[in-house]
Design a protein around this ligand. Structure first.
Ligand SMILES: [Zn+2]
Ligand SMILES: [Zn+2]
Length: 451
């Protein structure tokens, strides 16, 4: 498959003399298989020059699959400027995660209303199909596409594509689930030493890949002030890719404040880190216009189960029970989640929570650790011991944001662990991803982490 970067910038397009080498256009990556199938990851402003290139150089009709990670501006602003969409006869499938109570075409047409743009979505001349997608895998004509939820304050998907004997992942936008990647007493560098289950799943998704293209918007120094904004540091990405035995890593979604000289230093630091880890990982900062071909590396394939995709409509209005002895927190969670359409009930103690779960099984439980009577660990233990609630989605949401609490929560069977304070879109995204995970256990790769 051939890879080409059309947009490598995050947040907002940043043209100018200081960004000519790494590029100023926002997220857009093109992958073309040897058989000629075209995949376009995100439609940031880089989709405009890509469209012009296709119009000039590719035989008509032009066909392709546009895989949107999510619908934040920097990932869709080039969509209305992607000329092939205007031409009758061209055929595109646009895939992306459903927004809160809004379908993908509704979100895309929102930015094309007359107030913002002169042409409406319905006026585009090409044959365009839209697909709301979630976690899962699909084989189409020898190409396997897998999708996984990322950690971002919006429902965002990462994609893995396997074709021509090579595998490539596009993982934007994503933030570490936990500040430190490793258990403090475990040996760093191994998948089983990863502290948060979310980070481990993320590593497993990219395991043995030939190419990973990953959000690395921040430096480790910048990150503390930008926590919960949904982006990674180059150090996290380099470490997790090295542990996952990735061959080539492209850091992307460059911050608008990082000019070419700055990104030279980021690249050198990431290469130094990879070398210091004893890893053969090759790491680069993605450059607009860069082209590379990857093929015939069959050992790089990781088998993923083909999983059924949950009907996205199920995520519109989940039944959620919040178990917390703090009334203010219960009200905050209820307001946050009812605003986006979920139905929320409350329990004020561990026993009350267990009773309510037994009488009316919710879709997702948001569970505090410190409860008046029995603690959250005991609630988890009882839920997991019971056949009816063994796979119930449970998010631990706690002020106890220490490593030991996270570790114990996962040992007792938590689906996810989130330390307070949280932001509303973050909690909604984690509720949706926990529900999806709890119903899609088969999405785990067949291969075991390497020891
Ligand atoms: Zn972004
Ligand atoms: Zn985003």
């Amino acid at each position: 498959m051939e890879l080409r970067f059309w947009g490598t910038r995050g947040s907002i397009a940043t043209p100018g003399p200081l960004t000519v080498r790494y590029g100023g256009n926002t997220s857009c990556v093109e992958v073309v298989t040897k058989s000629g199938r075209r995949y376009i990851f995100d439609a940031g402003t880089g989709a405009r020059p890509l469209g012009a290139h296709l119009m000039a150089n590719v035989p008509k009709p032009i066909t392709g699959t546009i895989l949107l990670s999510h619908t934040h501006w920097d990932h869709i602003q080039g969509f209305p400027f992607f000329i092939p969409l205007f031409i009758p006869g061209n055929r595109f499938t646009v895939c992306g995660p459903q927004g809160a109570n809004t379908s993908l075409p509704e979100v895309l047409s929102g930015q094309m209303e007359y107030t913002y743009f002169p042409v409406e979505l319905s006026q585009l001349g090409a044959d365009i199909k839209y697909r709301d997608v979630l976690e899962g895998s699909e084989d189409i004509e020898g190409v396997r596409i897998s999708a996984r939820l990322l950690n971002h304050p919006a429902t965002a998907l990462g994609y893995r594509i396997e074709a021509d004997g090579a595998s490539l992942l596009y993982l934007c936008d994503h933030e570490p689930y936990w500040e430190s990647l490793w258990h403090s007493e475990a040996e760093p560098g191994k998948l089983e030493s990863i502290l948060h289950d979310g980070d481990r799943r993320h590593a497993e998704f990219m395991q043995n890949a030939d190419v990973v293209i990953h959000d690395a918007q921040y430096t480790p120094e910048e990150y503390p002030a930008k926590k919960n904004w949904g982006h990674s540091t180059w150090a996290y990405v380099t470490r997790i890719a090295a542990a996952a035995n990735v061959k080539t890593l492209f850091l992307t979604h460059h911050d608008p404040t990082h000019d070419d000289d700055f990104l030279d230093r980021v690249e050198a630091s990431a290469q130094e880190l990879a070398a210091s880890l004893g890893s053969p990982l090759k790491v680069f900062c993605a450059r607009e216009g860069f082209i590379a071909t990857f093929e015939n590396q069959p050992e790089a394939r990781v088998k993923m189960n083909v999983v059924k995709t949950i009907a996205p409509t199920l995520l519109d209005s989940l039944k959620i029970l919040v178990v917390d002895d703090d009334e203010d927190l219960r009200v905050l969670v209820r307001k946050t989640l009812t605003r986006v359409g979920h139905r929320v009930t409350e329990a004020e103690s561990g026993r009350d929570g267990l009773q309510q779960i037994a009488s009316e099984l919710p879709d997702v439980v948001v569970l505090d650790l410190n409860l008046g009577d029995i603690d959250g660990f005991e609630v988890l233990r009882q839920l997991r011991a019971n056949e009816a609630t063994r796979s119930l989605a449970v998010i631990v949401l706690t002020a106890q944001g220490d490593e030991e609490s996270a570790k114990r929560s996962f040992e007792e069977g938590a689906t996810d662990f989130l330390a307070k304070p949280f932001t509303p879109p973050q909690l909604d995204a984690r509720v949706r991803s926990s529900y999806t995970r709890a119903h899609d256990e088969s999405a785990k790769p067949e291969s075991k982490p390497q020891s």
